[in-house]
Design a protein around this ligand. Structure first.
Ligand SMILES: [Cu+2]
Length: 464
């Protein structure tokens, strides 16, 4: 991943900087705008370890990155540039979106409870915009609602937002101007405020992503901005499976996964292999004694949720939205149902007039996951992805939490397929298999405590 320093004083940037400086003035300091780092990469950047101020464990933005601040006196300064961007949704498809600093979503902002933040926002879009700091407690005039709390930021202008971070937690940012268009085009970003006390609710790995959705016709590049419910690309951080990086975790780590929903519908996010505790919402921390257990957590529109778990169980554990159409990609949502249609008769009749004709789906659509179907340019197959046992038949909002023994604390590289201990993989019954009396999983994975208490006890480690 390369993050380049934006040459702000380029031919087209000079005017914007000059106008911005005028709007910024009044604080007594010579106004200089911090550089706006940018990237064209959809890779997951390593966490940005703090070099000043209180210690904290930085977050990892899945297929994203964190915006480095400039420290100026008591201020932590950031510079966001709203602009058209090109985002790879997954290998084989790019989208022409609007975002910040080269990508959609924009970079994650990280700071610490009590910090004074000064956020410069330069508008390089063809229309006006603002930024709303979702969930933050701040002066009304810093809330970013165009028309209501501030004038809109016109193309070419730079505005400044200044506020103190009153509390730690999980927040996001997005425009509050022409919202339907600007969010449908990908404008959003994560905002994490770490506790002043480095030990408070600390975890070892902390992942963040935003739920978003696009309606992009196969072969097209720009989302249809008026779509209300019939989206065909369901994404995390503007990436669809198999383009969403795995959540790589070392066995024994304390792990937090945080997400926010800026689509037009709710998403029940489900993680296999674990139960977890809901630890934080955009309203604040859930007291530990009150954190409730889940294996699926529904995230309504405009909500944020974080859940915590201890990575006791090695494996490849699916994490996905549980709405089955949200784990599909663009091709195939309109597919006719052929189940039970008597495909052979239909196929031979059709092939008399169209020799290449195939009837898909007479016994289900799993074959769609295996076939290398010719696709129009710039789209993604309905269900796709391969792993060690075959086609995964997924798309959209799907990834894998990969829990491995012995990873270094800063190792987020994809460790590949999980090597299952002998006797712990579902197998075909042939009648010739040796039958053992002891449960295979209990023998092969002694770290899993199987307590025989009573049938209803929630003590046995289940997958789903
Ligand atoms: Cu969903």
């Amino acid at each position: 991943m390369t993050i380049t320093r934006r040459a702000l004083l380029g031919a087209s940037g000079a005017a914007a900087v000059f106008i911005g400086a005028g709007l910024v003035s009044g604080r007594g300091q010579a106004a200089t705008i911090p550089e706006a780092p940018t990237t064209d990469s959809p890779a997951t950047a390593p966490p940005l370890v703090p070099t000043t101020g209180p210690d904290y464990n930085p977050v990892v933005t899945i297929n994203g990155w964190t915006l480095p601040p400039r420290i100026k006196g008591q201020w932590k300064e950031f510079h966001l540039v709203a602009e058209p961007v090109v985002r790879e949704i997954a290998p084989g498809m790019v989208a022409h979106l609007w975002g910040y600093n080269g990508q959609s979503p924009g970079p994650t902002i990280e700071a610490v409870e009590g910090d004074f933040v000064r956020i410069f926002v330069t508008n390089k879009l063809p229309e006006h915009t603002t930024i709303h700091w979702h969930g933050q407690l701040l002066p009304s005039g810093m809330d970013g609602v165009g028309g209501l709390t501030q004038p809109h930021i016109k193309p070419g202008q730079t505005f400044v937002y200044e506020f103190q971070l009153k509390k730690s937690g999980t927040f996001m940012y997005h425009p509050h101007a022409d919202e339907m268009v600007q969010m449908a085009m990908g404008m959003m970003g994560f905002f994490v405020v770490h506790p002043k006390d480095p030990a408070f609710r600390r975890v070892d790995r902390d992942f963040v992503f935003l739920l978003n959705a696009y309606d992009i016709e196969p072969g097209a590049y720009v989302p249809k901005v008026a779509t209300m419910s019939d989206f065909n690309l369901w994404t995390w951080n503007s990436r669809a499976f198999p383009g969403i990086d795995p959540f790589v975790v070392a066995k024994g780590d304390k792990v937090r996964i945080r997400f926010g929903n800026l689509t037009m519908t709710n998403h029940p996010i489900h993680m296999h292999g674990y139960d977890f505790k809901v630890s934080c919402t955009d309203g604040g921390w859930v007291p530990e004694a009150a954190a409730w257990p889940e294996v699926t957590i529904d995230c309504a529109v405009g909500q944020m949720r974080a859940f915590d778990f201890v990575a006791d169980y090695p494996g490849d554990w699916a994490i996905h939205c549980h709405k089955s159409h949200h784990t599909m990609n663009a091709m195939g949502h309109d597919t006719a149902t052929w189940i039970g249609s008597g495909r052979d008769a239909l196929t031979s009749a059709m092939q008399k007039v169209a020799p290449d004709y195939m009837t898909m789906g007479a016994s289900g659509m799993a074959e769609m996951g295996e076939m290398e179907m010719p696709l129009p340019d710039n789209t993604l197959p309905m269900m796709t992805g391969w792993a060690q046992f075959g086609p995964v038949e997924m798309g959209g909002m799907f990834s894998v939490v990969k829990v491995r023994e012995g990873l270094a604390s800063d190792d987020y590289a994809d460790p590949g397929d999980y090597e299952h201990p002998p006797g712990t993989v579902a197998y075909e019954w042939t009648g010739d298999e040796p039958v053992t009396d002891a449960p295979a999983q209990a023998k092969a994975e002694p770290q899993v405590e199987v307590q025989v208490v009573k049938p209803s006890a929630n003590s046995v480690h289940n997958s789903h």
